[in-house]
Design a protein around this ligand. Structure first.
Ligand code: 5GP
Length: 188
């Protein structure tokens, strides 16, 4: 039924169903809850891609957490990283002395999070870890450890569950591999 939605016609395949995503997010929330027992971490959502994952993840964490939002420049309308990272929206509050968890949709080259991690360390966070929905370790360029990830995926361009191509597909409830015919058309 859902797969008859028009957006699904642009997918090559479904990589993770909404049920698989929900199970992995629940397990990650339980792990973070155990690891941060007795602490009051600040969860930072990296807009816009992580927004759906973030809102599900924080509801699976049983801690007195706080939330913040940051935005950095992204791929724009391309499926390839420009390698340039620019801060578009900064935090509203200080993270001095706080345990911080950066929540990201997907780690590819690692350039974005390498930049953000360095920046947040200069702001005086006591500890800083990264939680990503997906990790593409084969594509890593920057030296970066992803502390928590729900899925390690091969080198494919994925959309859905918050992830976009050219601002579309964020509202797909599942994670899918975008058909190359979509970006072959538009990136000519
Ligand atoms: P990195 O700096 O690690 O190369 O890139 C991270 C950002 O690139 C992610 O936050 C995401 O916005 C974008 N990105 C990387 N791989 C993919 C992908 O497969 N699909 C989508 N939609 N975005 C991606």
């Amino acid at each position: 039924m859902e797969n008859e939605r028009n957006l699904y016609h642009d997918l090559e395949s479904i990589l993770y169903t909404r049920e698989e995503v929900a199970g992995a997010v629940r397990a990650l929330g339980e792990r973070i809850t155990a690891d941060y027992r007795g602490k009051k971490p600040v969860f930072i959502c990296i807009l816009k891609g992580a927004s759906v994952f973030f809102s599900d993840l924080i509801r699976q964490v049983d801690l007195p957490l706080e939330i913040e939002f940051m935005a950095v420049s992204s791929y724009g309308a391309s499926t390839k990283s420009s390698g340039e990272v620019r801060l578009v929206k900064d935090l509203d509050r200080s993270i001095l002395g706080r345990d911080v968890i950066i929540v990201e949709d997907i780690v590819d080259s690692g350039m974005t999070l390498h930049f953000l991690k360095k920046l947040l360390i200069t702001r005086g966070a006591t500890s800083l870890r990264i939680a990503a929905l997906m990790d593409k370790p084969a594509r890593r360029v920057a030296p970066l450890t992803v502390d928590y990830s729900c899925f390690q995926i091969p080198d494919a361009f994925v959309v859905g569950y918050g992830l976009d191509y050219n601002e579309r597909y964020r509202n797909l409830p599942d994670v899918g591999v975008l058909s190359p015919r979509i970006y072959a058309q538009e990136e000519q």
